[in-house]
Ligand binder design. Structure first.
Ligand SMILES: [Zn+2]
Ligand SMILES: [Zn+2]
Length: 143
């Protein structure tokens, strides 16, 4: 057996961060024919992840809409097009966003990926501030 054989073999879970312990998310990344659609105002992007973490992701973005898991049973030749601008994603190497113990992958053109990620990070900051505020008042009440 040639020594290079093992490293040549790609695994679907290659890009998953080590923090991902959600087996449902892993399963979603391992069967990349299934997408849900995240719908933010003008943006629509196929996303990969389990239902729980997709909902979490959407709610952090400030939206509650993860469209009904419109799954496609095959990966179209030539890659998935970005639904927002019809720009075809020829080399779908989606960024993977850690969400708690899971992960969400966004399949869109770089421009729209960036918009969604920005939105997510703003949401995270807002949520963090809110949580910090609540935490403080909680401990005050406990005393
Ligand atoms: Zn998950
Ligand atoms: Zn786009």
């Amino acid at each position: 057996m040639p020594p290079g054989e093992f490293s040549e073999r790609p695994t679907a879970a290659d890009g998953l961060p080590e923090t991902v312990s959600c087996s449902d998310c892993e399963a979603a990344f391992e069967s990349p024919g299934e997408y849900s659609f995240l719908i933010l105002n003008q943006l629509t992007a196929p996303v990969i992840g389990c239902d729980d973490h997709l909902s979490e992701f959407a709610s952090i973005c400030g939206y509650t809409t993860v469209a009904t898991a419109s799954t496609v049973s095959y990966r179209p030749a030539g890659g998935i097009g970005c639904p927002s601008c019809r720009l075809s994603v020829h080399n779908p190497r989606q960024p993977i966003i850690p969400v708690k113990d899971g992960a969400v992958g966004i399949v869109a053109c770089p421009e729209h990926q960036t918009k969604i990620i920005d939105r997510f990070q703003q949401g995270l900051e807002t949520k963090h501030e809110l949580t910090a505020g609540i935490g403080m008042s909680d401990s005050a009440e406990l005393l």
